[in-house]
Design a protein around this ligand. Structure first.
Ligand SMILES: [Zn+2]
Length: 213
């Protein structure tokens, strides 16, 4: 399994990761502001293969704004956590918050993932972990083979996601971080900023920031 960092993620645009293994999976799509460039890069990295699936870590616009254009380009099926999926399907601006980026959002079809679902990539398997707190239905994806975690905005290399946006909950976030602290995470692929190699430390730090330990 190779993980490509498609774009230079910032605080205002999410990281986009492309996993190339037995299957090809894109994790998050960014705001879409750089969709043309991102799609060209994804095509380059796929080397003629298709894009099998797109997984959204949560419903915020900076993670799903690029979804429509990427689905139109590759025809891939998109997935999100069962708690967040309805907001994406409806294109609910009160939760997706496109206005923070000066944009609109329309409805996009996504299928639901639930806690414990396994996404089989051939030699690797991604396990879906429900991690509410930043949003009500955010998810992380854990690969037990490489001990890698795609953490969305639940936890970053140096902090945690905010809990003051609609459907956020500090109490839920602490519970989710506690759950993550029970698994062995080496490489952490967060929804924003740098990838870090000591995920366990990042989770512990995030939990301490929240007063959870
Ligand atoms: Zn977010």
């Amino acid at each position: 399994m190779v993980v490509h960092h498609v774009n230079p993620g910032t605080w205002s645009d999410s990281n986009i990761y492309l996993i190339v293994g037995g299957r090809t999976v894109l994790i998050d799509t960014g705001t879409g502001d750089d969709n043309r460039r991102n799609i060209a890069r994804i095509k380059d990295l796929l080397k003629g293969r298709g894009l099998d699936m797109i997984i959204l870590t949560h419903f915020h616009f900076d993670h799903i704004g690029g979804l429509r254009g990427i689905v139109d380009e590759f025809g891939s099926e998109a997935f999100a956590g069962a708690g967040d999926a309805p907001f994406i399907i409806r294109g609910d601006p009160a939760y997706v918050l496109p206005n923070l980026y000066g944009r609109d959002i329309g409805p996009v079809d996504v299928a639901e993932l639930t806690d414990g679902d396994i996404i089989d990539l051939g030699e690797h398997r991604l396990r879906v972990i429900d991690t509410p707190g930043h949003t009500c239905g955010g998810i992380c994806l854990y690969d037990e083979v490489t001990n890698s975690l795609f953490s969305g905005d639940t936890v970053f290399g140096n902090g945690v996601g905010r809990t003051d946006l609609p459907s956020g909950s500090a109490r839920e976030l602490v519970r989710s971080l506690k759950r993550l602290s029970g698994i062995d995470v080496r490489t952490l692929y967060p929804g924003h900023m740098e990838i870090v190699s000591d995920g366990n430390r990042a989770i512990k730090y995030g939990l301490s920031m929240m007063g959870g330990v």
